[in-house]
Design a protein around this ligand. Structure first.
Ligand code: COD
Ligand code: ZN
Length: 362
């Protein structure tokens, strides 16, 4: 099958014909219909984060089950699925206490399947999986526990976005921060995930939703997704603008959706006394955060967040129902649809701030 391989950081992805071994116990073969191009993949290409290589990246995908391995009971060939980049085993202490996004299985993957081996190879060379998914290929072998079955009338290309950007962004508002109606919300970084933080804030009934970005096109997008104010961080004083908009109080909630320590500090500074700052982005390995402890002393809450604190099998079907009921925007997120061969240009466009979300359609 055709797949995009990352051999080394700072190098473009290479389209290769890889061998994909069939599914083993509790695994399935999925025909990928579409994959989103997310900044998290780009972090590995740019060396911000480390991963065993070579690797087929891609963690935002949807598709149709082609074949099931021994012992699989959750899904059948023909089922439509969104892929979760965290497998949820249902048995570890995190899963049984409702913290499925932190499932132990996630930490067993380490670039392989759950049994510690890979199904991908290029001739004699082993190729690694990414988060148990590797959606930048025509097919993927994934753990049964990474599957989320979805309704069949939902368009499978757009469903890819549910698997990361939507679940992460909307979830950070609804599950992690539990934003209250009438709140003021600052969102720093109005990209593919940030736009979903914005639409999560709309769903939660926020009153003021202040989008902060350095590109005008991103801010225009933010308005379309329900932001009430936009702040251009490349030219405006972010703290002053948030102060004005919130009548001097600063915001009830601020979300950092870039992955930068400066932006985390900016998010803290835009949060009012007693408010909540949520860090959605992951900073480069080795980064250190320096904060003024006074910020925390004044009853502020600083929260981390992974995968929107979601339970994929409960939250993703719910998000899809909202989309089908026109209460959630997905079509507007997609600013480019490309073939796998053009994946490097999709990453360049993401890096240059030109797209909200590009998707690869197979
Ligand atoms: N001030 C304001 N906005 C900025 C600045 C700045 N200094 N610098 C960049 N931005 C804007 C960009 O213009 C862009 O619009 C936005 O920030 C970032 O958006 P994208 O589309 O490039 O990135 P996303 O939305 O695909 O990913 C953002 C994450 C924060 C999720 C990602 O970078 C990350 O840290 N991922 C790891 C965390 C995670 O949850 N991973 C799991 C799968 S995503
Ligand atoms: Zn992602």
């Amino acid at each position: 099958m055709k797949a995009a391989v990352l051999y080394e950081k700072f190098q473009p992805l290479v389209i290769e014909n890889l061998e994909l071994e069939g599914p083993k116990e509790h695994e399935v073969l999925v025909k990928i219909t579409a994959s989103g191009v997310c900044h998290s993949d780009l972090h590995y290409m740019k060396g911000d984060r480390e991963h065993p290589m070579p690797v087929v990246l891609g963690h935002e995908g949807a598709g149709i089950i082609e074949e099931i391995g021994p012992g699989v009971t959750y899904a059948q060939p023909g089922d439509h699925v969104v892929l979760s980049f965290v497998p949820t085993c249902g048995r570890c202490s995190y899963c049984v206490k409702g913290r499925q996004n932190l499932c132990e299985a996630r930490y067993q993957l380490r670039g392989n399947m759950l049994d510690g081996t890979t199904r991908l190879r290029n001739g004699s060379q082993e190729v690694h999986h990414f988060n148990g998914l590797s959606t930048f290929g025509e097919y993927a072998v994934v753990p049964e526990d990474s599957l989320v079955k979805i309704r069949e009338d939902a368009p499978l290309d757009r469903m890819a976005l549910i698997g990361c950007g939507v679940a992460t962004g909307v979830g950070s508002v609804i599950n992690t921060a539990k934003v209250k109606p009438g709140s003021s919300v600052v969102v720093i970084g109005a990209g593919g995930v940030g736009l979903n933080v914005i639409q999560g804030a709309v769903l939660a009934g926020a009153e003021a939703i202040i989008a902060v970005d350095i590109y005008g096109n991103k801010l225009e997008n933010a308005l379309q997704f329900g932001a009430t104010h936009m702040v251009d961080a490349s030219g405006e004083d972010v703290l002053e603008r948030v102060k004005d908009i919130t009548r001097g109080e600063m915001a009830d909630y601020a979300f950092e959706v870039i992955g930068s320590t400066d932006a985390i500090n900016q998010a803290l500074a835009t949060t009012k006394r007693g408010g909540t700052t949520v860090v959605v982005g992951v900073t480069p390995t080795g980064a250190e955060l320096k904060i003024d402890p006074d910020f925390l002393h004044l009853d502020r809450i600083l929260m981390g967040c992974t995968y929107g604190s979601c339970y994929p099998r409960a939250d993703m079907p719910m998000l899809i129902d909202l989309y089908m009921a026109r209460r959630l925007k997905l079509d507007e997120l997609i600013s480019a649809t490309l073939k796998l061969e053009d994946i490097n240009s999709a990453f360049e466009a993401l890096d240059q701030g030109e797209v909200a979300r590009a998707i690869i359609r197979y």
